[in-house]
Design a protein around this ligand. Structure first.
Ligand code: ACO
Length: 469
């Protein structure tokens, strides 16, 4: 039987929250620091919780952000009541304050630093988006020039890192290689692992944004036994990545501007997505003051799962298994019987539509037009599957709509990107989100180590059988 705590064993965590001294806080602050947190406790708005067994009531403040649902500040709940909250999957729990990305899942809204994603993809390139996510504002001309220069000039990796790859089997999944190589960056870049130094944090962040395409492209090159292609400084970010993927020392690879633009847009769409599984993993890892390279490697590991960044790979696998339009009804039946999942559909937050999916569907048509592959049978199958699912009460009732990954796999396939590289590409894009969120957390003077509680359902205390007294 589970014994309930009779009284709280710690003092009020809200009151005991350690505030860093001003000097430490200043050192932690980012060079281009976002404005102070606008979170406020709404005057007179509180929530009272009543324990129906003891009849005791406890009152909690309601905090209000700039937009979105209010939150009940329960930091002193355990101290007050001796009870924890239970919220597996964090469906009702805000784990942090943030000023980076906002999603309204019911309205299908996604904003980076207040700018709607639809406007960003029309007016910004990926590096503008990176600057925006990291610094809170879009760059002016001088800032853009400097940022582009800085990222471009961090894209090469330590030459000895190339040896690292040789330790992996050729048939290793590129995500396995990326987990290892990115974690290993801490062994090469000692001068950017002091997380209390804002300058070192910025350098580490730039390094990861800049090197991730090189690391991902090299994971691919290694898997097919081709020589690594080094980054080219006169190329833009997306173009450079495609070049490192497809050029060889003996053959030029001219990147089509339409394809480079599509890739740039895909990177923007995946750049950040507030407190998703991989980002929360990065924050939780970083909350122990672990070095940034280790934290991003942890994010890559989380992203790998098919319920997250592995979904576009799973979409193509699913379409291949369905094989033909005539098999769609049987597949839908098996989904309803919970024998299969409609991959690329559904989202924890978006319950109306995923705004990224709309841009992605448009990009898909543009890319297939450019490549003359509009009669791709997989696209036809995906369009038909989407149409059927969107009109089926099973999916309508559960608010299941295509997410960003439903079409991205078809685009990547048309571009010649192998399926195993889909998730690494996502990691290339999401790195800026991870480092921005990590920096925001480290800059917060009220940061504490992340340490969830549990509802223990195991054995109560007992003796090992046969143990002599
Ligand atoms: N296919 C079929 N049924 C689904 C799907 C799906 N893709 N997604 C959810 N459902 C069903 C569930 O079975 C459940 O049905 P029930 O009420 O009869 O039990 C209901 O819809 C609610 O689903 P939950 O599992 O509670 O939704 P949750 O928010 O936990 O999961 C998730 C979200 C993981 C994204 C889920 O929808 C899923 O696995 N989708 C497929 C994988 C995918 O595309 N992931 C990419 C997400 S986007 C990204 O990471 C970039």
């Amino acid at each position: 039987m589970v014994k309930k705590a009779k009284s709280a064993r710690t003092k009020n965590p809200a009151k005991s929250s350690r505030r860093a001294p001003a000097a430490k806080a200043a050192k932690r602050a980012l060079p281009a620091q976002a404005p102070a947190s606008p979170t406020v406790a709404k005057k007179d708005h509180t929530v009272t919780l009543t324990d129906n067994l003891s009849g005791k009531s406890f009152t909690y403040k309601v905090l209000d952000g700039t937009v979105g649902p209010e939150v009940i500040d329960i930091r002193s709940l355990y101290a007050d009541t001796g009870m924890f909250t239970y919220d597996p999957g964090f469906t009702s729990t805000a784990s942090c304050e943030s000023q980076i990305t906002y999603i309204d899942g019911d309205a299908g809204v996604l904003m980076y630093r207040g700018y709607p994603i639809e406007e960003i993809v029309e007016t910004c390139d990926f590096l503008d988006t990176c600057y925006l996510l990291m610094n809170g504002e879009l760059p002016n001309a001088a800032e853009k020039k400097k940022f582009n220069y800085d990222i471009t000039h961090h894209s090469m990796v330590h030459e000895q890192l190339a040896q690292f790859y040789r330790g992996f089997r050729r048939d290793a999944h590129p995500m396995a290689v990326m987990c290892g190589v990115v974690g290993g960056l801490a062994a090469f870049y000692h001068d950017s692992t002091d997380i209390t130094d804002a300058r070192q944090r910025t350098v580490a962040s730039y390094r990861m944004i800049a090197k991730m395409p090189t690391i991902a492209a090299w994971a691919y090159k290694y898997s097919i036994g081709q020589p690594f292609i080094y980054p080219t400084n006169e190329m833009r970010f997306a173009e450079n990545f495609l070049h490192m993927m497809f050029a060889t020392p003996c053959e030029r690879y001219d990147v089509s501007p339409v394809i480079a633009k599509a890739m740039d847009r895909i990177l923007i769409l995946h750049a950040d997505h507030e407190q998703n599984a991989s980002t929360s993993t990065v924050r939780l890892s970083g909350s122990s003051d672990a070095n940034p390279f280790a934290c991003i490697a942890a994010g890559i590991a989380s992203l790998w799962g098919p319920a997250h960044g592995g979904a576009n790979e799973a979409v193509l696998k699913m379409l291949a298994e369905i094989g033909d339009k005539k098999n769609i009804p049987d597949f839908i039946k098996s989904v309803k019987e919970k024998k299969a999942k409609l991959m690329g559909f559904g989202h924890r937050v978006y319950k109306n539509f995923d705004p990224r999916a709309k841009v992605m569907a448009r990009t898909c048509h543009e890319v297939l037009d450019e490549l003359g592959k509009h009669d791709d049978p997989m696209l036809a199958l995906a369009v038909e599957l989407e149409k059927i699912a969107l009109n089926d009460p099973y999916f309508i009732d559960r608010k299941l709509y295509p997410n960003v990954d439903f079409y991205s796999g078809i685009i990547f396939r048309a571009m010649g990107i192998p399926v195993s590289m889909f998730t690494p590409l996502f990691a290339v894009a999401r790195t800026v989100g991870w480092v921005s969120q990590w920096n925001e957390m480290i800059s917060d003077p009220g940061k504490r180590i992340g340490r969830p509680r549990q509802l223990y359902n195991g054995q109560t205390i007992r003796k090992i059988p046969g143990l002599k007294k």
